[in-house]
Design a protein around this ligand. Structure first.
Ligand SMILES: N[C@@H](CCC(=O)N[C@@H](CS)C(=O)NCC(=O)O)C(=O)O
Length: 216
């Protein structure tokens, strides 16, 4: 099995955390050719997005589909709970992440440079993102991991995006994501200690520093 990956991608990091957590025998490789839009990669994944799993010939794009597939293929340690109700609780976080929390953050990527940013878009997307972070604060379990005592796919989905939020928001002069959100702050402290998360976020951090330093 092979995961097409870029360390800076928060979606790919979702899947790397799962691979590390499970110690799964999955090769992690960059897309072939000149990146995500190369003819070589588009021939593998016509969506031209990262991540994508080549599951011994079955091509699976979409990080959450990949993660659920990995969960079924490598059931230990389990990252989805035992009951349908608890699984639904975890999936609410992963859907919330993909559909509502991540898009306003992604919309800010093109506006990091103060000289070229569109202030109207920045204000609009920051307002949306702060609202989503408030919603996340109400959703998080009172203690432990995102959905409760156990580390789950919910934590895998949230950690890379919160990493971006923590690193990016101060650059926009925005309220830091952890400020006034005690459950999010406590979760962030805890989840970063998890070895799988620590490793994947260190890789993201290195890639981010290389990008900001112009080295990539
Ligand atoms: N819904 C997709 C989103 C993947 C995604 O947007 N990945 C980014 C990198 S973080 C990408 O490939 N961007 C290039 C593009 O959208 O064309 C998933 O969950 O895997």
């Amino acid at each position: 099995m092979k995961l097409y990956n870029m360390n800076l991608s928060n979606f790919a990091t979702k899947s790397r955390i799962v691979i590390y957590e499970k110690g799964a025998n999955v090769e992690i490789a960059p897309p072939p050719g000149a990146g995500m839009k190369s003819p070589e990669y588009l021939a593998i994944n016509p969506l031209g997005k990262i991540p994508c799993l080549d599951a011994d010939g079955l091509i699976i794009p979409e990080s959450e589909v990949i993660n659920e597939y990995l969960e079924e293929k490598f059931p230990n340690p389990r990252l989805l709970p035992a009951t349908p109700e608890d699984r639904a609780r975890v999936r609410l976080f992963t859907r919330f992440h993909d559909l509502y929390l991540e898009p306003p953050l992604r919309a800010l990527f093109g506006h990091l440079n103060p000289k070229t940013r569109d202030d109207k878009v920045v204000t609009e997307k920051l307002t949306e993102l702060q609202g989503r972070l408030d919603q996340l604060e109400t959703m998080l379990a009172a203690e432990g991991y995102a959905a409760g005592a156990d580390f789950t796919l919910a934590d895998c989905a949230l950690a890379p995006t919160i990493f971006f939020a923590v690193n990016m928001l101060p650059g926009f002069g925005a309220k830091p994501p952890l400020e006034g959100r005690p459950k999010l702050a406590a979760w962030w402290t805890k989840v970063r200690q998890r070895p799988s998360v620590k490793k994947a976020l260190a890789e993201m951090d290195e890639a981010l520093k290389a990008l900001l330093g112009g080295g990539r």
